[in-house]
Ligand binder design. Structure first.
Ligand code: BGC
Length: 741
């Protein structure tokens, strides 16, 4: 008896040529990519002058039922159960989808790539680690987002992949969410704009892009069994708006539906999300891929709009075929799933420009990583101008903190990038990237005495600090997929370490390596605070360049730092009860039901909108970040046309060149039921000392709309709008009003 996979494949072996291509080792096929142009006479779908839609339609007509079904499921992931007999066809990533060699349609080789390409270690490859996604959001820079995406796209292709699972854009509703570092912060316009630009440039490298996790997967605790309950209006104006913007900018090949349920239905079988919103309202043309193990049914999921199950075929393999044969799924429904996958393959260029393995450009990657880190480091406190440090005036520096001699922490889970020289990290290993703060600081001055203390013994660290001109304390907070933080405090007694060091030497500067916000009970006692996030392959050099003023920091926080978790919308993290169903049952039964609910009753009030509406003080507001120079705002003028246009001046009134991120917020009419204000525009303005520039920003009218549940559509409210301009969500010196009809 031949195994089932072999029988499935028999349909593919209808001609000798196809047999040869199928049996040829994967490596050989990479060496001899097909030249589509040569074969387009017999294979009209390979004519790149046709639209992706036309090409997909032509291929669809050629496919057998088994070939069609092969498009709608994966074939396993290394480490996910027993490998399938065809596992050798995979590229070592998160999974793969079979191609149709006889038609010149390549396999889809998928890799996670949140801040760099995953799984290098076990595959003997190299990947650049960029600063984490939340860090890149702190740049507020669409060009940086584009550079980020291009680099990942290039490294994916160099490693033989043609699909990325990056593009995380769930809003930071819950800052303890262990995946906050993989996302773009708490504001939908900022997050959606940046993820869209990142993905647009990633896809320009001819990889299938994927935006995730759709939707309301805003915490890790109980992610497979939670029902996120939220009103349509709140969902559409917050989390979904980030997706909507990202999708409109990038036209991504795929959307990954999330593990959780939303208003009662699992996201991967949620008709409202997948069909009403994505397909109908947003006109999304790509395909919906389930999160790994996030499919729960065949009929319901297929009808709701799930196009592809990953990483296996529990529901979209034999069960799908049976359902087809029993007449329970119309052929048109299957065709629509396949058409969407094919269309994305043509639109992204993976058919016309097959991925070819090559050597990753390590130097270029390191350079990009450093530049992006420099644009994402946020200066939070700088008392009496302690920063930038002047190597000419300092004699001694204490570098304190665990691993600060050899590395900086990185974010874990499926986002993890493996550092050079490392073995495959185990799930939930803390991974320190070999970018040494100690060395980077030593490199700043031959005459500097730079000594190190790990901080394991706070007394000895304090002793060193007391004998040094300045103490730099590197502290970390490690986060990962699969769990949430119990609170926002630094772990491992690091608060006490900082207190001790600052007591010994008030000229203490704290460098934070965090994936989300942290509380700072020691804030008043230190002179400086720098948020470096998970800073990537060249993090230490970037931090040193900021500390010593070779780079004037320009980044601003994409999330609020609260004073205490008591100030969060849900002070108590909501978790499943202990007698929950358990992961295996939830993923396998097909009859899974969520076991608990999170009521997102803060609704529209996400992030700063919550603190504004509740009149709460914060530690550091959304949009906040210092520079080594100072900026002045004057002369706001507002006009209304097809968009609302704001003109104002920003002047550098300090004596250093710098970049100011000027922010614009809008307040909707009083009866709108909206939080006090929302971010609607921003600009990064580069200014020499004394220089002044006029900034002109157009606010699209859609950014001023509200979602109306009764008509299920967006509407603009007539009335008085006010606009506020300044350097952070809590420092807005310019104000103007406008009445809109
Ligand atoms: C994560 C996804 C990831 C996938 C494949 C899932 O556990 O939620 O973000 O892309 O695994 O590794």
């Amino acid at each position: 008896m031949k195994p089932a996979w072999f029988q499935d494949r028999v349909h593919l072996l209808t001609c000798v040529v196809a047999f040869c291509v199928l049996m040829e080792p994967a490596a050989a096929r990479h060496r001899h990519p097909q030249d589509p142009a040569k074969s387009s006479t017999n294979r009209p779908w390979l004519n790149s002058n046709l639209s992706p839609e036309e090409r997909a339609e032509l291929v669809l007509k050629e496919l057998t039922l088994d070939e069609k079904i092969a498009f709608i499921h994966g074939n396993g992931m290394p480490g996910w159960g027993e490998p399938r007999p065809n596992a050798y066809l995979g590229n070592g990533g998160a999974g793969f989808v079979l191609g149709v060699p006889r038609l010149g349609i390549p396999m889809i080789q998928i890799s996670d790539a949140a801040y760099g390409v995953r799984a290098s270690a076990q595959n003997g490859r190299y990947s650049t680690a960029l600063p984490s996604n939340i860090a890149s959001a702190a740049s507020w820079d669409t060009q940086s987002a584009c550079d980020y995406g291009s680099l990942i796209g290039r490294e994916l292709r160099a490693q033989g992949y043609n699909m990325t699972l990056g593009g995380g854009v769930n809003l930071t509703r819950e800052p303890r969410n262990g995946r906050t570092f993989e996302y773009m912060g708490e504001d939908p316009v900022l997050a959606g704009t940046l993820v869209g630009n990142r993905m647009k440039c990633e896809q320009a490298q001819h990889v299938l892009g994927d935006i995730k996790h759709f939707a309301m997967n805003d915490q890790e605790s109980g992610r497979n069994e939670v029902n996120s309950v939220i009103s349509k209006r709140a969902m559409r104006e917050t989390d979904l708006f980030a997706f909507q913007l990202g999708i409109s900018i990038a036209q991504p090949a795929a959307v990954m539906c999330s593990y959780n349920a939303v208003n009662g239905d699992y996201a991967c079988e949620n008709r409202y999300l997948l069909t009403e919103v994505l397909r109908k309202d947003w006109k999304f043309k790509g395909f919906v891929v389930s999160d790994w193990g996030g499919t729960h049914s065949t009929l319901k999921a297929s009808a709701a709009g799930l196009d592809q199950e990953q990483p296996l075929d529990d529901f979209y393999g034999a069960a799908y075929k049976q359902a087809m044969e029993a007449g329970k799924i119309p052929l048109a429904e299957l065709d629509e799933h396949v058409r969407r996958v094919l269309r994305s393959e043509f639109a992204s260029g993976i058919v016309d420009f097959p991925a070819q393995k090559s050597v990753v450009d390590v130097q270029a990657g390191l350079e990009t990583s450093r530049l992006l880190a420099e644009r994402s480091i946020v200066l939070l406190k700088n008392e009496k101008g302690i920063l930038p440090l002047d190597p000419g005036k300092l004699r001694s520096i204490a570098v304190i903190g665990t691993h600060a001699d050899m590395g900086m922490i990185s974010g874990g889970g499926s986002a993890q990038v493996d550092p050079p020289g490392s073995k495959e990290p185990k799930w939930q290993d803390k991974v320190w990237f070999p970018t040494s703060p100690l060395q980077a600081i030593r490199a700043k001055g031959a005459n500097l005495r730079v000594a190190f203390d790990s901080g394991a013994n706070p007394e000895s660290a304090a002793e060193l600090a007391s004998k040094s001109d300045v103490a730099l304390v590197f502290v970390y907070q490690w986060t990962s997929e699969d769990f949430d933080l119990p609170n926002l405090s630094l772990p491992e007694n690091q608060d006490a370490l900082i207190e001790k060091v600052a007591q010994a030497n008030p000229r203490t500067i704290v460098v934070l390596e965090t994936g989300t916000a942290v509380t700072m009970p020691w804030l008043d006692k230190v002179s400086g605070v720098v948020e470096a996030w998970y800073a990537g392959s060249k993090g230490a050099d970037a931090v040193a360049n900021v500390l010593f003023g070779e780079v004037n920091p320009s980044a601003k926080l994409p999330i609020t730092f609260p004073i205490s978790v008591a100030d969060l919308p849900h002070p108590q993290l909501q978790k499943p009860s202990l007698d929950g169903m358990g992961l295996a049952a939830i993923m396998k039964t097909g009859e899974a039901k969520p076991t608990f609910a999170i009521h997102y009753d803060e609704g529209l009030k996400v992030g700063y909108k919550w603190y504004d509406a509740e009149n709460k003080e914060v530690l550091f507001p959304f949009g906040f970040g210092l520079s080594y120079t100072k900026f002045e705002y004057t002369g706001l003028k507002i006009r209304s046309g097809s968009a609302v246009t704001l003109n104002f001046n920003v002047k550098n009134i300090g004596n250093r060149e710098g970049v100011e991120i000027a922010e614009v917020y809008a307040s909707l009419p009083g009866n709108s039921g909206e939080p006090p204000k929302r971010l609607v525009a921003w600009s990064r303005v580069g200014l020499k000392p004394g220089e002044e520039k006029q900034v002109s920003l157009a606010v699209p009218k859609e950014y001023l709309c509200v979602f109306d549940e009764t008509t299920d559509s967006w509407k603009s409210l007539p009335g008085d709008y006010s606009f506020h301009v300044g350097s952070s969500s809590r420092n807005l010196p310019l104000d103007g009003k406008l009445t809109l009809n």
